[in-house]
Design a binder for this molecule. Structure first.
Ligand SMILES: [Zn+2]
Length: 396
């Protein structure tokens, strides 16, 4: 939600933009850029931020410096109110490059700082189910005969519960932002995804495009008969107890969404299953400590899956699935913590071009390719998994 200061603070500057346009318009015949700025300001004042951004961007791109600085401020303010923080910061910087007035520059630099803080805050995962009251959970457990649809920038959600459709569309945007900006370190996702929430497992299995036996959610990426790529996530509203399944909201939705984003990012490139699952688990709203404990326990006993074998695993079976997932999460979180966002993104890009994980890491770190790297990585990661295990045990 946009905070009040974002809405009030730019008004002085924007009023000066408006006055300038009016006075110029009164003296000389109104130019098309002035007319554009006036229309953008009207849209902004009426809360039509996307329209304001579109009009002002057009003016900024097609006009001289004098009108461009005013346009960039409108673009930045509209994006800020749309909570598109990195894009708003970019527009504020465009404004700064054209503005020499010290007080206006100070104001805009403060806005850039606010964008950075808001972006960091929005990237923090929220376990939304913990915020729901018993009454809200009961409401989310009802199934209507009708289907309700809610839309946002990236999602169209269909559910038999209107409140749930609203909640999912909001949480889906938050999860996507976190996956793209934090976990994948700046991935763009200019696409639309259909999310279907089926009332129960039977309905989910009947309708979902891809519904593994054991799952309550899945994703699919397929071409329709017109050659259009269709991105879709299927979820289940109620658990076995007939009540709203909070796990779907906190874990399954972000997990499957991360798989969907990765499927498109990697395409046919062979991304290790361990990394793919590790990233999807990192997208979930909170760390599952049982995975951290299991990864540490595995390191100490016979059930350990060594790094090389972990990276070669293409499918896990019932016996080793729990350890495979626990170690996959542990390894991915370890790499994510130890590498800078830029290095992590570069590693993913190298994997996309066909590099095995160990080589992709060395390339991203700009170190010479060394045969002993895998062994050293394995030792360091196992030590970290044990440290985490000890830490959690001490807390318990
Ligand atoms: Zn998965």
């Amino acid at each position: 939600m946009a905070n009040k200061s974002i809405i009030l603070l730019p008004m002085l500057l924007l009023v000066s933009v408006a006055v300038m346009c009016l006075s110029e318009g009164a003296i000389v015949s109104e130019s098309s850029s002035d007319e554009g700025i006036q229309r953008a300001l009207s849209s902004l004042a009426a809360g039509r931020y996307k329209e304001a951004e579109r009009i002002a961007s057009r003016v900024a791109a097609s006009t001289g410096e004098d009108a461009a600085w005013r346009s960039w401020l409108i673009v930045a303010t509209a994006r800020h109110r749309l909570e598109k923080y990195p894009q708003a910061a970019e527009a504020y910087k465009q404004f700064l490059s054209l503005c020499r007035n010290p007080s206006e520059r100070a104001y805009v630099m403060e806005q850039i700082n606010r964008c950075r803080l808001a972006r960091d805050k929005s990237a923090r995962p929220v376990v939304v189910s913990e915020l729901l009251s018993a009454k809200q959970r009961a409401k989310l457990s009802t199934v209507d005969n009708r289907k309700f649809t809610e839309s946002s920038e990236h999602f169209v959600v269909r559910s038999h519960n209107s409140e749930l459709a609203k909640l999912i569309v909001k949480q889906a945007e938050i999860a996507l932002r976190r996956i793209c900006r934090v976990i994948l370190a700046g991935q763009d996702y200019p696409h639309s995804v259909s999310i279907y929430v089926w009332p129960n497992v039977a309905q989910y299995r009947k309708h979902a495009v891809s519904a593994p036996e054991w799952s309550g959610g899945g994703f699919s990426l397929r071409y329709d008969k017109n050659g259009q790529l269709v991105r879709r996530i299927d979820l289940t509203q109620l658990g076995k107890d007939g009540l709203f399944d909070t796990n779907m909201l906190d874990r399954i939705l972000p997990h499957e969404m991360c798989h969907l984003v990765l499927a498109e990012f990697f395409g046919d490139a062979p991304c290790p299953l361990a990394l793919n699952e590790g990233l999807a688990m990192m997208a979930e709203a909170s760390v599952d400590n049982s995975r951290v404990l299991l990864a540490g326990t595995a390191m100490l006993g016979d059930s350990k899956i060594p790094l090389r074998k972990l990276l070669m695993t293409e499918r896990c079976n019932a016996e080793n699935a729990a350890v495979f997932y626990a170690e996959s999460f542990s390894l991915t979180a370890y790499l994510h913590k130890r590498m800078t966002p830029g290095q992590f993104r570069e590693m993913l890009t190298h994997i996309k071009t066909g590099c095995p994980l160990e080589e992709a890491i060395q390339r991203a770190l700009y170190v010479p390719i060394d045969e002993t790297f895998g062994k050293r990585l394995s030792t360091a990661w196992e030590a970290e998994a044990l440290r985490q295990w000890q830490f959690l045990n001490a807390l318990n």
